[in-house]
Design a protein around this ligand. Structure first.
Ligand SMILES: Nc1ncnc2c1ncn2[C@@H]1O[C@H](COP(=O)(O)OP(=O)(O)OP(=O)(O)O)[C@@H](O)[C@H]1O
Ligand SMILES: [Mg+2]
Length: 229
């Protein structure tokens, strides 16, 4: 079964009198439990595609199906709900809340709503996640007191907090040194294996995309090739 299926995705950004053709007709099937890397050089369309499958942005043309549901026929509320229930997102620019410390940022999605967890259980789970990303000694720090790489690891832990079925991460290791990037990838892979969570992450780093089970090579807004392990 496809958790994400996109058909002939086109994204054109207006730019003054001109337009930028960021995606020129991209089709892709992502099955449940897949560990997918969207690889490609700067400007190839990685962020554009990640934003569209995260339901943050809409395509100019083409279709996006999540769990076989056509997202084009869903209203804003249904889209938001689908996103909150199914998808964990890691942004290229972390998007952490500056007034909250590391622990609070990660546990925020578990404090209210459908994903609410009792405090003791929540603290234990969040501690575990922060340990996995190597930040157990930074629980009380504010994002501004962390390096870029550390902030990215907090963002990854937060995306994993609700145990979403799908995690979409745009360049999750771009701001990390090689060893830390490897560790973050290992965390994602472990959760992929143990929970069956589908991961889709973009990267321009060969050392990272080589670790994926399914690599989609983007170039100039088109899929150049695809490799499955
Ligand atoms: N809001 C926008 N308005 C106009 N053009 C845009 C916009 N966002 C992206 N683009 C253009 O679309 C193309 C694809 O951009 P995108 O951000 O998806 O690339 P990317 O593969 O993520 O690159 P990077 O590795 O640098 O993050 C680029 O040519 C970019 O300049
Ligand atoms: Mg990008």
């Amino acid at each position: 079964m496809s958790v994400i299926s996109i058909h002939n995705l086109v994204k054109t950004y207006p730019l003054g009198q001109l337009s930028v053709h960021a995606l020129k007709g991209v089709s892709l099937e992502i099955t449940a439990g897949d560990f997918v890397s969207v690889a490609g050089p700067s400007g190839s369309g990685k962020t554009t595609i990640m934003n569209i499958i995260s339901l943050i942005d809409t395509p100019t043309q083409g279709q996006v199906f999540i769990n076989d549901k056509d997202t084009a026929v869903m209203n804003r509320r249904e889209l938001t709900r689908l996103r909150h229930e199914e998808i964990g997102i890691v942004f290229q620019s972390f998007n952490l809340l500056p007034v909250l410390n590391v622990m609070e940022n990660v546990e925020l999605p578990l404090v209210i709503g459908k994903n609410r967890m009792p405090k003791a259980e929540r603290r234990e789970w969040v501690n575990h996640l922060l340990e996995e990303v190597g930040l157990q000694d930074r629980l009380g720090h504010k994002p501004s007191e962390l390096s870029g790489g550390q902030q990215q690891r907090v963002a990854i832990a937060r995306a994993l907090a609700t145990k979403p079925r799908i995690v979409i991460a745009d360049e999750p290791t771009a701001n990390l040194d090689t060893a830390t990037g490897e560790r973050v990838l290992e965390v994602m892979k472990t959760i992929n294996k143990t929970e069956g969570t589908t991961f889709i992450f973009s990267t321009h780093d060969p050392g990272i995309w080589e670790r994926a089970d399914h690599v989609v090579f983007l170039r100039d807004g088109l899929i150049e090739s695809e490799k499955r392990r």
